[in-house]
Design a protein around this ligand. Structure first.
Ligand code: NAD
Ligand code: UGA
Length: 480
């Protein structure tokens, strides 16, 4: 689609074979939203483009103070080093400041777009209030021609709503709007940003839109091979993001559905994942059976996709995608039920240790972590919980505050499991493989149960130590 000319100029080759000279240059970038996406993404842009000035703005002054401190607001491998290289040089963090917006050639909007909790579409539609508030805040301060980039994950045609907001009024219409969704995964965000499978930039097909898309592509081209920078129309870009998350989540629900069948038939879900994953048409990734997917996006984006389909009258399509969420809920509930049933249908007063609370290893993020639902379910049965996690204990405390029942938070996994009737592994942190399970077994009540919600541990070895082992999608190893 694109060809480089001399002195860094780009030509955009559009399907009609017309070539348009693109002179737009970006020097000053502002991002609204200093969260899990805005912060790391801007840090990597600043790191890879030392000639650019990058400023990240947020409404949350505490978060900005953390970004400006030695304790960044999130744990993300490699992030500290990237920030240390650029902060104060060409990377800045500040609260919303009109003068900084006025200086911007590009404004990324990377605010949260959670599931709506009220009114029409509650529990399914995306809540776009933060996006709209950001747009309304920045609009009066923009200089003409500033490129607006939707970084947040949004429903298809959100760019149209933004365009209406920006074009309203006397100076309206001179702000090209691009869709540039983010595909990073937490825990590997820096690697994903430094070497992404693709960067997607959607624009309108008019000359202004194409020039803006090319100017943004030029920024990414400083470190990303050109063939990985995909230019599409804006609606395809917006919908590709929802579709990508839906496809990834669908694979997890598919393998989790098979895990349930394995448990009643004697098949082994690990062997099945391997057998189907070596088929090059399927591939091995995202086939790990688990206690369920979590994180701030899969559930939210699936529900949003399903809601959008329903709103367009596509009932069958809506039902198809919401079934991926239903399967995830089923898997989480199945795990809770098993913990109760196996322990003689009674866990009241029994200590159960949860190994891991984050929704995946490599992050302190607990948003929509299966651990929240599992802890809630076990507390309803009056179990006494001890939660341990190498990074996420503070968030766990916040997630479970106000729940009825007894919950202890313990950084040391040995103390956490001391006196427990059962251990449930919920996050596959590498350090949990290296624990001394003989020591853990010795300190537990007997019979001692272990529920491996990630198929992460050596089940035969645990069984030999005396544990009753309940993996996912495999025959239990029980002494009882
Ligand atoms: P987040 O909650 O971590 O960060 C959002 C930030 O926006 C917060 O710091 C909040 O204070 C700020 N904010 C909200 N309203 C504001 C306003 N009006 N002005 C200034 N700041 C405002 O969210 P996140 O995880 O970074 O996700 C952001 C978007 O990126 C979402 O749409 C999400 O779906 C998408 N996304 C997230 C991930 C991920 O791994 N977390 C990956 C890809 C895409
Ligand atoms: C996911 C996508 O992978 C990113 O591409 C996307 O940008 C991001 O969502 C987003 O839009 O927020 P993330 O949620 O950070 O990233 O992490 P994943 O690695 O996708 O894992 C999500 C959940 O699925 C975790 O709970 C993980 O444990 C679970 N999972 C993953 C499985 O249960 N089995 C698998 O085989 C893979």
């Amino acid at each position: 689609m694109q060809e480089e000319q001399g002195d860094g100029q780009w030509l955009l080759k559009i399907p009609t074979q017309i070539f348009i000279q693109v002179p737009m240059k970006i020097q000053n970038i502002v991002c609204i939203g200093a969260g899990y996406v805005g912060g790391p993404t801007m840090a990597v842009i600043a790191d890879r483009c030392p000639h650019l000035r990058v400023t990240v703005l947020d409404i949350n002054a505490d978060r900005i103070a953390q970004w400006n401190s030695d304790h960044l607001p999130m744990f993300e491998p490699g992030l500290d080093a990237v920030v240390a290289r650029c902060r104060g040089k060409n990377l800045f963090f500040a609260t919303l400041t009109p003068e900084l917006i006025r200086a911007a050639d590009v404004v990324f909007v990377s605010v949260n777009t959670p599931t709506k909790t009220f009114g029409e579409g509650a529990g399914r539609a995306a809540d776009l209030q933060y996006l709209e508030k950001s747009a309304r805040f920045i609009k009066p301060h923009l200089k003409p021609g500033t490129i607006i980039v939707e970084k947040s994950t949004v429903p298809i045609r959100t760019a149209q709503a933004l365009s209406t907001i920006f074009s309203y009024g006397q100076d309206g219409g001179d702000y090209p709007i691009l869709s540039n969704p983010e595909f990073l995964a937490e825990g590997t965000a820096i690697r994903d940003l430094e070497s992404p499978d693709r960067v997607l930039i959607g624009s309108s097909s008019n000359e202004q839109g194409r020039k803006a898309a090319q100017a943004l592509a030029d920024v990414y081209a400083h470190w990303i091979p050109k063939e990985r920078i995909l230019l599409t129309n804006v609606w395809s870009s917006e919908l590709s993001k929802l579709a990508a998350n839906a496809f990834l989540a669908q694979r997890i629900s598919s393998i989790n559905s098979i895990s349930a069948l394995c448990e009643v038939t004697g098949a082994d879900v690990g062997e099945i994942a391997h057998a189907i994953g070596v088929d090059q048409r399927i591939g091995p990734r995202f086939l790990e059976a688990s206690v369920g997917f979590g994180g701030s996006c899969f559930r939210k984006d699936l529900l949003n996709l399903s809601y959008l389909c329903e709103a367009e009258g596509l009932k069958e399509v809506a039902a198809y995608w919401s079934s991926v969420v239903e399967m995830n809920d089923y898997q989480i509930n199945r795990f809770i039920r098993r913990i109760i049933q196996v322990q003689f249908n009674s866990i009241a007063g029994k200590k159960i240790a949860l190994l891991g609370f984050a929704y995946k290893p490599g992050t302190n993020d607990t948003r929509d972590a299966p651990a929240i639902r599992i802890a809630t379910g076990l507390l309803k049965e009056k179990a006494v919980l001890t939660i341990t996690d190498p990074k996420a204990l503070d968030n766990a405390r916040l997630d479970l505050q106000g729940l009825e029942g007894t919950v202890h938070y313990e950084a040391d996994p040995y103390k956490a499991t001391e006196g427990a009737h059962a251990v449930a592994l919920l996050t596959h942190w590498p350090e949990y493989r290296a624990l001394d399970y003989k020591k853990i077994f010795a300190g537990m009540e007997k019979p001692a149960f272990i529920f491996d919600g990630r198929n992460w541990l050596d089940h035969q070895a645990l069984f030999k130590m005396g544990f009753n082992v309940y993996p996912l999608g495999k025959t239990p190893l029980s002494h009882i």
